[in-house]
Unconditional design. Structure first.
Length: 306
């Protein structure tokens, strides 16, 4: 099997490494030529100087996998790709695109007879060794043609990937997956913070998270990563308490509102991330002001610099 990978960042680059090691021929392109050269040297990926060059090195049906940031980069790549492709060729969007946009892209490609697959991809930087969880949307014919690559990317040929539904279903499933991930992370963070605050017990969080990894109901890969990190550093003094959100948590919250589905945990976890990004704290200042206005309660004020 031969395919092109457009975008060789943390995810795309590692996916190419796994594909090449698994016997899939890959032509790779990234604007960072150093990355292209590095991966070429590591696993024998065939380099391309541009997206057009990558496509020209494929035979029909051409298979082009996009691993680009959602939004403008993916939109631009799709617009550039369409004139390069023929009826029956296949394009995969493996990034974290909004499923509504994915459905539009499916219609756009369908006008030219080009197959389109959305592949929600989970596994992070560890996927190159552990395999990726692939949530795939598209029609049966296109997915069956892509199956050899999916089997290599997954932890095993018979698990870790699934054709979950039509175009859009893959990215929708990955969106909800990330919403759940937000809730799990927030629960672990709150619980460990609560234990750290119980000074009289002097709890060893590294010991406890390691303990929970074995036969506990809350054992998980997320807990494995947390336990490993805490074994090296429990104070986390070098970190800023700022947690960005990549977008899919927001989309999950919007979807819940649109459906009228009760999702307080995922939504609260998203809002907790917003709180970490509020350097001005204007809302909290308003709360302090209102509390003083109706009850005469003290307000903490910034000290004046002489």
């Amino acid at each position: 099997m031969r395919m092109a990978m457009i975008g060789l960042g943390k995810m795309g680059g590692n996916m190419v490494r796994r594909l090449c090691r698994g016997g899939i021929e890959v032509v790779g392109f990234d604007r960072d030529t150093a990355v292209v050269g590095q991966i070429q040297g590591e696993v024998g990926m065939e380099p391309a100087e541009s997206m057009a060059d990558a496509v020209s090195k494929l035979s029909s049906p051409k298979i082009v996998w996009l691993m680009l940031p959602c939004g403008v980069p993916t939109e631009q790549a799709i617009d550039e790709l369409i004139p390069m492709l023929d009826k029956g060729d296949i394009v995969i969007d493996g990034g974290n695109s909004n499923y509504h946009e994915t459905q539009k892209h499916g219609q756009q490609f369908a006008e030219y007879g080009i197959e389109f697959i959305d592949a929600g991809t989970s596994g992070g930087i560890w996927g190159v060794d552990n395999g990726y969880c692939m949530m795939v949307g598209g029609n049966d014919n296109a997915v069956s043609q892509l199956q050899p690559a999916l089997e290599v990317l997954a932890p095993a040929a018979d698990r870790g990937w699934a054709h979950v539904g039509p175009i859009g279903a893959g990215h929708f499933t990955k969106m909800v997956h990330n919403g759940i991930e937000y809730g799990m992370m927030q629960a672990f963070a709150e619980g460990l913070n609560l234990m750290r605050g119980k000074a009289e017990f002097d709890l060893d969080l590294a010991q406890i998270t390691e303990l929970w990894r074995h036969s506990s109901v809350v054992r998980s890969w997320l807990l494995d990563l947390t336990a490993d990190a805490l074994s090296h550093d429990q104070d986390l003094a070098d970190l800023e308490p700022i947690v960005p959100d990549s977008g899919e948590g927001r989309w999950t919250a919007v979807e819940a509102i649109d459906q009228g589905v009760y999702t307080p945990v995922m939504t609260a976890a998203l809002h907790a991330r917003f709180a970490t990004q509020d350097s001005e704290g204007y809302g909290n200042k308003l709360l302090s002001m209102m509390r003083n206005a109706f009850g005469g309660h003290d307000m903490a004020k910034k000290s004046k610099v002489a």
